[in-house]
Design a protein around this ligand. Structure first.
Ligand code: FES
Length: 192
């Protein structure tokens, strides 16, 4: 115990008992600590440069975006229904003519209104973050339409969707608002 105290004392006395702050920071033990802190800092900086702690790093591989057009209707389709090919891979497709978004992600296909649920601005898809983004008030949503952040107060509006053989059939007039119809909203997808 006394030896241990003496060891520490020896370290601190390496400058003859009259250490300045500069001297104290440059004793052998202080240098070891500083080296440790320097190396640790480099490791954390590398992690930051790789983006491992960022929102983007937690996302999957970027989901691409494309335009899509509704297919010709079939006999029996209602006037407010639109047909689309079932996406074969994850992706976001936008039918501007009908203001519909078709999104496939994590084994599910959804149909959304293109309008932001806050004040109807057209939403964008940001493949780098795998998020929908509203340029007006910066709201963000996940690929399944769930609200993340911003001025909006609910998830993206979904549209009823069903499968008919190799096609999706979407009702473009029956907006499902998550805050008013949670159960219908949650069930509005088809599994792939
Ligand atoms: S219109 Fe989209 S957040 Fe306000």
């Amino acid at each position: 115990m006394i030896d241990s105290l003496r060891e520490n004392s020896d370290d601190n006395d390496s400058c003859g008992g009259s250490c300045t702050l500069h001297d104290a920071l440059n004793t052998p033990k202080a240098l070891e600590r500083r080296e440790f802190i320097r190396v640790a800092g480099m490791v954390f900086a590398s992690i930051g440069a790789l983006g491992l702690g960022s929102r983007r790093a937690s996302a999957m591989a970027p989901i691409p975006i494309s335009d899509v057009a509704a297919m010709p209707p079939r006999i029996g389709d209602r006037a407010e229904e639109r047909r689309y090919a079932i996406p074969s891979v994850d992706g976001v497709s936008i039918d501007k003519d009908n203001s519909v978004i078709i999104a496939r992600a994590a084994g599910k296909v959804y149909a959304f209104s293109l309008s932001c649920p806050h004040q109807n601005t057209a939403l964008r898809w940001e493949a780098g973050d795998n998020q929908f983004f509203c340029p007006k008030h910066k709201s963000r949503y996940r690929a399944d339409g769930a609200f993340i952040e911003g001025r909006a107060t609910r998830d993206m509006d979904r549209l009823p969707i069903r499968r008919d053989a190799a096609a999706l059939v979407v009702d473009i007039d029956a907006l499902i608002q998550q805050d008013e119809h949670q159960r219908e909203w949650s069930a509005a997808f088809i599994a792939i």
